[in-house]
Write a protein that binds this ligand. Structure first.
Ligand code: AMP
Length: 373
């Protein structure tokens, strides 16, 4: 089958790496000339409103999926007249606007932080009064990796946040004192089979995911997480992998956001699960039977951000599996990740200690030393 992917970043690249093994071919659509998935398949380089290029893309493939949730829905609507687009425009609409997304969670009775919209200074002040300090102000659209948001504790900070964010429609959320951040990766196929990976515990630094551990220790909230993700998958008649990010309040969960695509917190599945999230996403959109989502032991995933690891260091550690995205390193850019697997969590902790010793300063400069804290 020829699979078209909207977006050609590292997620599309990893979909192709798994899909080629399954005998599939890939075509990517991405406006960036250096899209790193283009190293693995044909790359149509055009803007998402270029109907001639979208038509050429649709005609070249059997079905269409995506690695980027901010693909304009005008493009997915247009493409769906030619070929199946999975997941489709409805899921994208829900995920592209934080206000729509949080309203959707509330409608499904999935707990989430108190929220209120703000489109001007008066409404922002009123929403902050309603929610109370501290609160988090976020742009409704296009925010990712902690960009386009500010935590405010008082009126002065609010005025400063308004100066930076005022050109956007905003949402005010209550600041949540969570114990830890978790995510659940669910998958639903065209014919409605669903499966869930074990919970993943995630650590962030400056809003960017640095490390994930799976299965998360103290898996007491797994059923609750699965119930929430299941409600989302079923109510959207969703097709593919979906990630739900959650705050653990100590045995009780709140939804933060969802991503209608394969997700960074599922990268551990490449080495630590029977079937990776990438393979299961492809199985789901092709309506193949889903593969087992069981974990094999315990896995830590560390994002590599900015500078490349020196292969002499990172690769000399025999239990590290290095996944390189083929991207030019740049400050703040995810250029790869490392998975370290062990039989169980205790053995994993010992492995991580040895890995940290082997990498030393280099680990710190990557930001991945956060896993030691
Ligand atoms: P987001 O882009 O919404 O995923 O936010 C990025 C990170 O900011 C999250 O992973 C949390 O660490 C933090 N964050 C987001 N929303 C809240 C909130 N309402 N309360 C506390 N921390 C938050």
């Amino acid at each position: 089958m020829k699979i078209g992917v909207l977006g050609g970043g590292q997620l599309g690249r990893m979909l192709a790496l798994e899909g080629v093994r399954l005998g599939q071919e890939f075509v990517f659509f991405d406006p960036a000339p250096d899209a790193c998935a283009g190293q693995l398949g044909r790359h149509i380089c055009a803007d998402y409103d270029d109907e001639a290029a979208l038509t050429e893309f649709a005609e070249a493939v059997d079905l269409i999926t995506l690695d980027f949730e901010n693909v304009p829905t005008a493009a997915t609507d247009f493409l769906s007249a030619f070929k199946p687009v999975r997941p489709g425009s409805q899921a994208l609409r829900m995920a592209q606007d934080r206000l729509t997304e949080k309203t959707f969670f509330s409608d499904l009775q999935i707990p989430c932080p108190l929220f209120s919209p703000a489109s001007d200074w008066q409404q922002l002040q009123a929403s902050c009064r309603e929610i109370g300090y501290p609160c988090v102000i976020k742009t409704r659209r296009m925010g990712y990796d902690g960009k386009g948001q500010a935590v405010v504790h008082n009126d002065d900070e609010l005025a400063k946040a308004w100066e930076t964010l005022k050109d956007n429609d905003l949402i005010v959320e209550a600041f949540v004192e969570f114990k830890r951040e978790l995510s659940i990766i669910g998958v639903r196929s065209v014919s409605g089979s669903t499966a869930f990976y074990p919970l993943t515990e995630n650590r962030h630094k400056n809003g960017i995911l640095i490390t994930s551990f799976a299965p998360a220790v103290a898996d007491d909230v797994r059923d609750e997480a699965q119930r929430y993700a299941g409600k989302i998958l079923d109510s959207l008649e969703y097709c593919g992998v979906l990630a739900l990010e959650l705050f653990d309040m100590g045995g009780r969960l709140m939804a933060n956001e969802m991503a209608p695509r394969v997700h960074n917190s599922g990268h551990w599945t490449l080495d630590g699960a029977v079937t990776s999230q990438f393979e299961n996403h492809l199985r789901a959109v092709m309506d193949w039977p889903l593969g087992s989502t069981n974990a094999i032991g315990a896995t830590a995933m560390m994002n590599w951000i900015g500078a490349m690891p020196d292969p002499a260091n990172a690769l000399s550690y025999p239990n590290a599996r290095w996944h390189d995205y083929g991207k030019k390193p740049r400050a703040g850019r995810k250029v790869g990740h490392v998975n370290i697997c062990a039989d169980n969590i205790l053995a994993l902790q010992a492995e991580l200690g040895k890995f940290a010793m082997a990498l030393g300063e280099q680990l710190k400069s990557s930001g991945a030393d956060a896993f030691l804290r």
